[in-house]
Design a protein around this ligand. Structure first.
Ligand SMILES: Cc1cc2nc3c(=O)[nH]c(=O)nc-3n(C[C@H](O)[C@H](O)[C@H](O)COP(=O)(O)OP(=O)(O)OC[C@H]3O[C@@H](n4cnc5c(N)ncnc54)[C@H](O)[C@@H]3O)c2cc1C
Length: 427
């Protein structure tokens, strides 16, 4: 699903970087040029630790340059659920990490003047059913009484016009701390900021093999060269290939797709999403949407195609979805359609840790990587510098591959069909 994304079509000038040729040495070699890998490079370079990033395509060609750009608080699942699973102490830390992740991005953007339409206007979670609104009210209470978080407001069904020009939903809730941005421009800006601090980034340089030499250094090979380094970071998330089998088998890649309208008159797009928030909903197969810096509506959902015909069908379904939320957009031209892979772990939480050979990893952000990946990139840098918090609740001691991993994408396809069915007929 390599159609030109709207972010690529509207990106700031991006440079072409050279590919790795010959032998290079550095303190830390990083595989993957998305939010995670680039943030690790940036934060290591800030501490005078030399880095080389190897990216198999171009910077941001994975999920980081293709996502919805919704920079959201929290995780998949409610904080009440995570409190039950992990205890109150861990849940409080997890929530704080999610807030820190957005502050971190805001600081990097401001410090390096990254032009990426960053808007911290909050997010609106739209309730698909009245019962979902009731759950949101309980969540709001829980967040205030247990996590001392008061940044949430409930929007009743009869007030929804203050947020969205639609009658599709049964109300919703606002979280004022979330944000949205142009994800590819943020990625490109982060890469430039890391390079300014001394990082080297090679594109079209797929890491094809990793081993340790007799001096216990990592040697990472590419087609035309190799990097020798004291430390290795694997930041390949849902795009992990056969380079490391355990990483590959610990993350389930799930396709998500997006469409974007032509640029709309300002008053039209402003009316759709009044307060310019990042929006998502509580459908089993969720929709997420937002305004862009150039006044388009970008609209995403799930979809997986196994043939060209299939591909057309899933985008048509998504357009149908967009029109069921905003029927007033009928006849509006769709200028871009694209997709990418979202990485999920078995317990649905992002994870960070070290492999048996000492390589560092962080991945599996679900639909929350636009916020969390920059923070876990920073956390990996801190771990390498031995400044990391051992009590980080996202840390795992031993990475285990998911049993029957290769059956998962098929299972995801079946689940999606079932959930779509539920949304349509029991909605
Ligand atoms: C359509 C879509 C919409 C999404 N919407 C949102 C959203 O609105 N909000 C949100 O929070 N999250 C969203 N996500 C998820 C989010 O984009 C990811 O969680 C995040 O980008 C992960 O960043 P990353 O750096 O870990 O991975 P990536 O950006 O995927 O980077 C991994 C990189 O590794 C490279 N790579 C892989 N193997 C090798 C190798 N052997 N050698 C060299 N390079 C290699 C890949 O080319 C890739 O560039 C969305 C994802 C998609 C696809």
């Amino acid at each position: 699903m390599d159609l030109l994304s709207m972010w690529e079509g509207t990106a700031n000038n991006s440079m072409n970087r050279s590919l790795l040729e010959g032998e290079e040495c550095c303190d830390v070699v990083i595989i993957g040029g998305g939010f995670t890998g680039l943030s690790t490079a940036y934060h290591l370079q800030e501490k005078q630790c030399s880095t080389i990033v190897l990216e198999q395509g171009k910077v941001g060609c994975g999920a980081s340059g293709r996502n919805g750009g919704e920079v959201l608080t929290g995780y998949l699942g409610s904080m009440e659920y995570w409190t039950e699973k992990k205890g109150l102490h861990a849940a409080k830390k997890m929530w704080q990490l999610s807030l820190d992740s957005i502050d971190l991005i805001e600081n990097i953007i401001n410090k390096h003047d990254i032009s990426c339409d960053f808007k911290r206007n909050g997010d609106f979670l739209a309730a698909y059913k009245p019962s979902h609104l009731e759950s949101m009210k309980k969540d709001q209470e829980f967040m205030a009484s247990k996590l001392n978080y008061y940044g949430i407001d409930i929007v009743e069904k009869n007030e929804i016009k203050n947020e969205l020009e639609t009658s599709f939903y049964s109300g919703g809730r606002v979280d004022y701390k979330s944000a949205h941005f142009h994800p590819l421009n943020y990625t490109l800006g982060l890469a430039k900021a890391a390079e300014k601090l001394g990082a080297k980034i090679y594109e079209r340089s797929e890491a094809t093999g990793v081993k340790r030499n007799s001096k216990n250094k990592f040697i990472v090979r590419t087609d035309k060269g190799k990097v020798i380094a004291d430390n290795l970071v694997i930041a390949t998330n849902a795009y992990s290939g056969d380079l490391n089998k355990i990483v590959k088998k610990s993350v389930v890649p799930v396709e998500s797709i997006m469409i974007a309208t032509e640029s709309l008159p300002e008053d039209v797009v402003e009316a759709l999403i009044k307060n310019n928030r990042a929006v998502s909903d509580t459908k089993n197969l969720l929709y997420y949407f937002r305004r862009t810096g150039d006044n388009r509506l970008a609209f995403g959902g799930s979809g997986r195609a196994s043939s060209k015909r299939d591909q057309n069908r899933i985008y048509e379904n998504l357009l149908e979805g967009m029109l069921s939320v905003f029927p007033q957009l009928k006849g509006t031209r769709i200028e871009y359609r694209w997709g990418g892979k979202v990485g999920f772990t078995q317990n649905m939480l992002p994870c960070i840790g070290q492999l048996k050979d000492g390589a560092h990893f962080a991945f599996g952000y679900g639909g929350h990587g636009a916020a969390m990946a920059s923070l876990l990139g920073k956390t990996m840098a801190e771990d390498i510098l031995e400044e990391g918090d051992p009590d980080n609740p996202l840390r795992i001691k031993k990475l285990r591959s998911i049993p029957f991993h290769n059956q998962h994408s098929k299972a995801v396809g079946v689940m999606k069909f079932y959930k779509q069915f539920q949304d349509r007929f029991f909605g």
